[in-house]
Design a protein around this ligand. Sequence first.
Ligand SMILES: [Zn+2]
Ligand SMILES: [Zn+2]
Length: 364
Amino acid sequence: MLDASVIKKLKKSGMVETVLAKGSQKKHEIKALQHLLHELGFGSQLQWEAYGADGDYGGCTTRAVQAFARQKGIETNGTKVTPKIADALIKTAEALKQAQEPPSQDKLTNQVKLGAATLEKGDKGPEVVELQIRLAGFRGTVWDGDYGPGTELQVRTFQRDVMGMEEPTGITDTRTLKALKRFTKKYPLNFNKLKCSCGECGGFGQGRFANEYREGEPKIEAYHNREYPGIHKAILHSLRAAWFYGEQTEETPFLITCGYRCWINNNQRGRRSTNHMGKALDCDFKLKPGEEKRDDMNRCDRFRGVLVEKGNFQIGWRASNRKALEPSRIAPTWIHMDVRQFSRRYLDDRFFVKSAMELDAFEF
Ligand SMILES: [Zn+2]
Ligand SMILES: [Zn+2]
C-alpha cells in the first residue's frame, strides 16, 4: 500500500505537523503514515510485526520518522512530521512507485548466445558486451560492446593466465569460448551468500530510491540511494577471476563476507553507505591456524596489488569507469570491490542479477 495521498492532503492544508505528531488523536492519518513508513523500509523501527499500523504516534513511529528523515539528511527528533519531512515522504513514495513498475522483460531475453563464431577486434554488439563483462576480472575495460584494444587485452590476459597460451592472440575463437565456459563452471556462485540479511527485502532490496541522492551531497553514485535490482555482473565475474588468482598466490580460500545490503539493513545498523546496494562485494581470506590480524592485513594488501595488476582495479575512487577497491585504511582486514565509479550506462538494470541463472544464462 504505497500511498502518500493522505500526507499530500495534510501538507496542502498546512496541518501536517499538528495531525502527524506525538499525542495526536488522528488515528486514520497516523495509520496512513505508518503504512507508508513500513512500505519505505522502516518496519523494524515501527516494530511492525508486533504493532502493525495501530494509529498511535508513540515511540516506534517517532523512531521510524527520525530514521527516515536521517536517511534524507533532515535533522529531527521524530516527534512530528514537518512539512519538509512530508515533502521527502511524498517524493520518496513517488520514486518508489515508479521503480516498482513491472520490470522489463529483457533480463533473460536480452541475454545473448555467444555462437561458435569468432569475435575479434572491430566487432560490435551485445555479444561483445557479454564478453567484456565476463572478462571483467582480467584487466577489464568498459562494457560498451566495442571490441577494441582494451577487450583484446582482456582476452589475451585470459588466454595467457587461464588457458596457459604462450602466444595469446586476443581473438575470441571457439577454443577461447570453450575455456571461458569451463572457467565459469569451475567457479559457481552461491547467491544465498550474496543476499541481504535484513530479513525483510527478500535478498536484493526492493528497487527503491532510484534517482534519489543523499541530501547536501553531489549527485554521484556514492550518494545514490538506489537499491539496484541485484548485484552487478562485472563484480561477480571479477570475483571469479579473484578466486582464480587467489588460488595462484595464496594458500587459503577467498570467501564472500558481504554481498547485498538494502536500506532496511542499513537502518537496522545505523549505516548510510549505498555501495553494497548491488555495486559492491566484500571478501576475505580465511585465516590459517596460528595466523593473526597482522597476517590478514598483509595478505589483503598484497592481494589488492594482484587485483590492481591483473584486474585493472584502482585503489580508491579517483578514476571514473574503473573498478575500485577500498584502501587499506578503510578495509584493513578484508577486500571490498565495487563499480560505483562507472557512469550510468554501465550501471543499467540489465547488468544486475539476482541468481546464478541470470548471471550465466546463455550457452557458448
Ligand atoms: Zn534487505
Ligand atoms: Zn564493502
